[in-house]
Design a protein around this ligand. Structure first.
Ligand code: HEC
Length: 124
């Protein structure tokens, strides 16, 4: 399975290719094959720091990716970005021997790795 007990940029990169590139594009610029089917275009993930005063906002992006806070329908309709916190946890729960506790931990580690990876693709 994917990362359980540690986090790294490399793991984040693999996870990004598998789960995020369809919408955000391999480059993260929002040009993935699925983007034209979405109501809202996927964000350009290489300009997050630029759009936040030059600093990558770890906590804010954690909330966006984890997504559990955004489960209800907002002013712009329902969210198109999948709720990864719940999704990763649900997938981990299908692994033999996993408990809700270890699944939550696995999900957390995946998001940390994704954040580490996203930080490396920020444009100056
Ligand atoms: C089904 C398409 C889709 C997939 C798959 C997807 N996203 Fe997104 N993502 C979006 C859309 C659309 C937005 C922007 C609009 C919004 O607010 O819902 C977005 C926004 C974001 C943002 C906020 C960027 C900003 O500038 O505020 C981050 C970070 C992000 N996605 C990360 C990820 C990661 C990491 C994955 C994979 C684990 C992923 N996304 C997979 C559609 C997707």
């Amino acid at each position: 399975m994917v990362q359980r007990t540690y986090t790294s940029v490399a793991l984040g990169r693999v996870d990004f290719r598998e789960n995020c590139a369809s919408c955000h594009g391999l480059s993260g610029k929002g040009d993935g094959p699925v983007h034209s089917f979405l109501v809202k275009p996927p964000a350009d993930l290489t300009t997050i720091a630029q759009r936040h005063g030059g600093k990558f906002p770890q906590e804010l992006m954690w909330d966006v990716i984890d997504g559990r806070w955004a489960a209800e329908v907002g002013p712009h309709g329902s969210r198109e970005m999948p709720v990864w916190g719940s999704e990763f946890k649900a997938r981990a729960m299908t692994e033999p021997g996993d408990s809700p506790r270890t699944a939550a931990w696995a999900s957390r580690n995946r998001i940390v790795s994704l954040l580490k990876y996203l930080e490396t693709i920020q444009q100056p």
